[in-house]
Design a protein around this ligand. Structure first.
Ligand SMILES: [Zn+2]
Length: 277
């Protein structure tokens, strides 16, 4: 038997390594690559000034968000001809104007869904469920929810979540993949991780940050920030019945949330009062 038959070196052996592969072993290169990514990928969150890790261009996160929103709109009934839908759109535009982040293709859509929830996707895509109006009982309370969601977009929380997931996948699965077919698999791993990251809930720190930024945003848009506390009281009352809303899913209690909001209230009220002078 000849060598060419027994060992298909041209397909699986070293002969097919790309020119840039050189003599470096993936196991040595990958940690260096990750370290370089981390060092160059630190961003600063507006308003809170927190340092965050973002491993993807804004345009890529935006594209993932826009596609996900299209899929949701295709399968979930949309409410257009009710006063609540107009209220959501109007509050959305005011909060966006206050955020200064007018470059996105912002959309504020009311979905027919009984659960008291709302969500934010990269690219300025915000969804609000009709069930939210069971707990957000005034315009100011609805504004608290929408400002919280706009804050998630402003702080690029989805891209941060996706980036963390990419690191996990590249650090664990990536090492295994790099010893097999080579680096060609890493782009796929990153793409899959990004999609998975979008589906995961925001972290507790991100929720607290969205509360913080959202409170100041709603005040800047001319909505009474004290309504945020009323909203979380209402939320606390309905929590426990069925699946928890997005806002509560990573929090131990509405009480902690209210305590933090109260600490920020003097700053928020100063902004709010300045709008009415
Ligand atoms: Zn949230």
């Amino acid at each position: 038997m000849g060598r060419s038959v027994g060992q298909p070196a041209g397909r699986y052996g070293m002969a097919v390594r790309p020119w840039w592969y050189g003599g470096l072993r993936p196991l040595r290169v990958l940690p260096l690559l990750l370290a370089a990514l981390i060092l160059t990928a630190c961003e600063t969150v507006p308003i809170t000034g927190r340092q965050q890790l973002i491993l993807m261009p804004e345009a890529q996160a935006e594209q993932i968000g826009v596609q996900a929103f299209q899929q949701i709109k295709a399968r979930q009934p949309i409410v257009r001809d009710r006063p609540e839908a107009r209220m959501v759109a109007e509050i959305g535009q005011r909060v966006v104007a206050a955020s200064g982040l007018t470059g996105y293709g912002w959309e504020f859509v009311l979905f027919q869904d009984a659960s008291p929830n709302a969500f934010a996707l990269p690219g300025g895509k915000i969804g609000v469920n009709t069930g939210l109006f069971r707990v957000a009982r005034t315009e100011n309370q609805v504004a608290a929810v929408i400002a919280h969601e706009v804050a998630h977009v402003l702080a690029r929380h989805s891209a941060e979540r996706m980036s963390r997931q990419m690191l996990v996948e590249l650090g664990l699965g990536g090492l295994a993949a790099a010893t097999g077919p080579g680096y060609a698999g890493m782009a796929d791993i990153a793409a899959q991780a990004a999609t998975l990251g979008l589906l995961l809930p925001f972290t507790r720190d991100q929720e607290a940050e969205a509360d913080h930024i959202g409170l100041l945003l709603m005040a800047r848009a001319g909505y009474d920030p004290r309504a945020a506390i009323d909203l979380w009281r209402n939320m606390g009352a309905v929590a426990g019945a069925g699946r928890p809303p997005e806002f509560l899913s990573t929090h131990p209690s509405a009480a902690n949330r209210i305590a933090r909001l109260e600490a920020l209230m003097p700053e928020a009220l100063a902004i709010y009062d300045a709008q009415h002078q």
